[in-house]
Design a protein around this ligand. Structure first.
Ligand SMILES: [Zn+2]
Ligand SMILES: [Zn+2]
Length: 130
């Protein structure tokens, strides 16, 4: 069981069923803005393994022009979830920085590398996808 929360602690969630099957870095410009960081790291699980334990009323979502939805805590502003209901309707994607314990997964690659921040150089050997 992996648990996670936002900065203020109002939003609490849990991931069951062992280590999340996906963990990747995304370098797209939307993730960069949403996280205020060089890139975003997400863990991905099927929705059945994700449980929101507290803070439903604090969740606010922003729909980006490219069809993704970004959900954050309206109290503290923490970047929490990414979704694309059209392409990945059964998939929950969670910002790894909000996890409170080691999920057991490790990043497997970098996505959207073609739009990465010019001031950040990838210096690991993980797969890179344009
Ligand atoms: Zn919060
Ligand atoms: Zn992204």
């Amino acid at each position: 069981m992996t648990t996670g929360s936002c900065l203020c602690g109002g939003v609490q969630f849990a991931i069951s069923g062992g280590p999340p099957e996906h963990m990747t870095h995304c370098h797209c410009s939307l993730c960069r803005k949403f996280h205020g960081a060089a890139f975003a790291t997400y863990v991905g699980v099927s929705k059945g393994k994700f449980t929101l334990r507290a803070g439903q009323e604090l969740l606010k979502s922003y729909a980006t022009p490219n069809g993704t939805t970004r959900t954050f805590c309206r109290e503290c502003g923490s970047s929490l979830f990414w979704a694309n209901e059209e392409l990945f309707p059964t998939f929950a994607s969670i910002a790894a920085g909000t996890l409170d314990s080691d999920p057991g997964s490790r990043p497997t690659g970098h996505g959207n590398v073609s739009s990465k921040a010019p001031w950040y150089d990838i210096d690991d050997d993980l797969e890179q996808h344009p």
